[in-house]
Design a protein around this ligand. Structure first.
Ligand SMILES: Cc1cc2nc3c(=O)[nH]c(=O)nc-3n(C[C@H](O)[C@H](O)[C@H](O)COP(=O)(O)O)c2cc1C
Length: 396
């Protein structure tokens, strides 16, 4: 995803400087072009040789000896994105206040592309009013700040200030460089996965949904700058990063969770495969296998989208997903009307190689008039999600 992206890494003198070595390694594995600038103090923590070996390029240090080059301007022109990691309280203060007394802070003065700060320090330093004020100055300037983790710090104390996982930083770089910020400022609610409807304490009815498509929709909405909440049935997928999420079990719980959030939602993406029917009665004890036949009576669950139709505001956009095995387009058109949808994403789950449990999908997108506005051919679900959200957010 980051192939040929030019990433400039600025390393300042914090204890987490050694963790940036593996960040550079991951970037190189993704085929990004990487250059590293280090402050004088950063070199007390890690040797430049680690960075130059991995990035296959000499590290830029404070040095006025290079005749014919102006490194701060050359690097500012070169970079697609500038990541300051770890960002000490000192470098944050200098960047926020226009000080350029070394190469790293001078590049910041000269650079007008996206800059990501990874503050990492002792919690007292992080919580200090001056540090917080400097971070909000940087935010007002349009810089991106990745919040530090809470946990055990180098001093042995537990608090806020820990350098986050490199995966979080990589995601932030991908999000800024690869994805258009089409959903910035929007509240996006995504549902994913199957529901379970209990027959007795140990048995339930469910379906084949793996949750993958919904998780990819949520991840993509987050990458596009959305403020995302994911409501998920039980899946085997790892917890999503960068968003709030809630786990539910039954269709009823899914309905209640969506109902609670809908008021403040701008974009609803209903990817979950919610049960249409549930056992009319849940047996309190495990059913014994005495009988040759047993009859299970099912009753309809609430249709979440139909119920929400009554409270939907004109400014809200609702996207439904339809997994069909026959009469695809006709069934999807019927759902658009019955559920008051703005868009429906239709996939043919009778094809084994796409749809449920698969990593790939092929979908057709219909608008509220039932017109087919896109056919997205078979590809990875994350790429399908990106195309769907780009089309929808560009149409409004
Ligand atoms: C052992 C040690 C660890 C340090 N760790 C941090 C740190 O994690 N975060 C931070 O903001 N400052 C830390 N400092 C303080 C900075 O190194 C100091 O403020 C320095 O002036 C930063 O210089 P620079 O921002 O130019 O790299 C540490 C200092 C020492 C001696």
């Amino acid at each position: 995803m980051l192939r040929r992206v030019k990433v400039l890494i600025g390393v300042s003198g914090g204890i987490a400087a050694y963790k940036v070595v593996s960040l550079v390694s991951s970037l190189v594995q993704e085929e990004a072009e990487v250059r590293v600038v280090m402050t004088k103090n950063a070199r007390e923590f890690v040797a430049p040789l680690s960075f130059s070996t991995l990035s296959k390029h000499a590290v830029f240090l404070d040095d006025f000896s290079n005749v014919g080059t102006i490194p701060h301007l050359d690097l500012a022109r070169w970079a697609d994105v500038f990541v300051i990691a770890p960002a000490t309280a000192n470098i944050i203060g200098k960047c926020a206040n226009g000080i350029g007394d070394d190469l790293l802070s001078t590049i910041f003065l000269a650079y007008d592309g996206p800059t990501i700060f990874i503050p990492s320090m002792n919690s007292k330093m992080y919580e200090r009013a001056t540090t917080q004020k400097n971070l909000s100055i940087l935010e007002d300037m349009g810089c991106f700040i990745v919040e530090p983790d809470i946990g055990r710090l180098a001093s042995g104390e537990v608090g806020v200030g820990r350098y986050p996982d490199n995966e979080v930083i990589l995601n932030e770089i991908r999000r800024i460089v690869v994805y258009k910020p089409l959903l910035r400022g929007k509240r996006v609610l995504v549902t994913a996965g199957p529901t379970r409807e209990f027959i007795d304490p140990v048995r339930f009815i469910t379906n084949r949904s793996s949750g993958k498509m919904g998780y990819e929709m949520a991840r993509t909405a987050y990458m596009m700058g959305g403020n995302v909440k994911l409501i998920t049935g039980i899946t085997h997928l790892p917890a999503p990063r960068g968003m709030e999420w809630k786990r539910v079990v039954t269709a009823e719980e899914m309905f209640n969770a969506v109902r609670e959030e809908i008021e403040k939602t701008n974009l609803l993406i209903m990817t979950a495969a919610v049960a249409d029917y549930r056992p009319k009665e849940i047996q309190k004890q495990k059913i014994k296998k005495d009988e040759e036949h047993i009859i299970l009576t099912l009753e309809k669950t609430k249709d979440i989208l139909k119920e929400l139709k009554a409270v939907k505001k004109d400014s809200q956009i609702f996207i439904g997903f339809a997994a069909e095995t026959e009469e695809h387009i006709e069934n999807a058109r019927k759902k658009i009307v019955e559920k008051g949808l703005d868009y429906i994403v239709l996939n043919d789950v009778s094809k084994e190689e796409i749809g449920f449990e698969s990593d790939e999908n092929e979908v057709v997108l219909l608008d509220k008039r039932g017109e087919m506005i896109a056919h997205i051919p078979r590809k990875q679900k994350i790429r399908v999600a990106k195309e769907i959200l780009e089309i929808i957010s560009e149409r409004g």
